[in-house]
Design a protein. Sequence first.
Length: 189
Amino acid sequence: MFHRFFLASALVLATAAGAAAQGNPTGSISGHVADGNVHLNIVPAETADGQKTAQLRNRSYNMSQSANGYNEYLALPAPVYHLPAWEKFTEIRRPNPSQLFVFIDEHPDTMLDSQFGNPVGMPYYPPIWWDKPADRHKIGCCLSFSDSHAERWRWKVPKSPAYAGQPVGPGEQPDFERVQNAMKKWSDN
């Protein structure tokens, strides 16, 4: 089932995110599984320039709509009807599991729900960001993939300012396509 892969991806991602944020191999976020429960060690939040704050963030990572996304959440007009999502690990075809991201560090200004969604190759939708990736770590963010590895992606251009439904900005098309290529496309249904 997908949950095993998500759990492993989350733990790998947490370590990678901490390492990226702190510029060290040990990271500032760690976790382990004991007695069937996930235990995460969380440090205080950071501002966009890396300064520590006393307030803890609720979260900064969202799950991709492509990884068992809640298709019934958003009813879309015909001919689309729902967002494209793989419901079982064994069903993943394109992109393959090593290229399909599960968790992504999302920009705080577009984090409206728990799902990172975008109109991936859907008819009648222009190139817009429904949700936008974060750029708080040296103009980049960390992603985990369904095969349980994690990567840090550096963006061509900064992702701020950000708002839901934002058109793809100048110089941003390569970043937009890179994110969309790591998600299930509508044509893969």
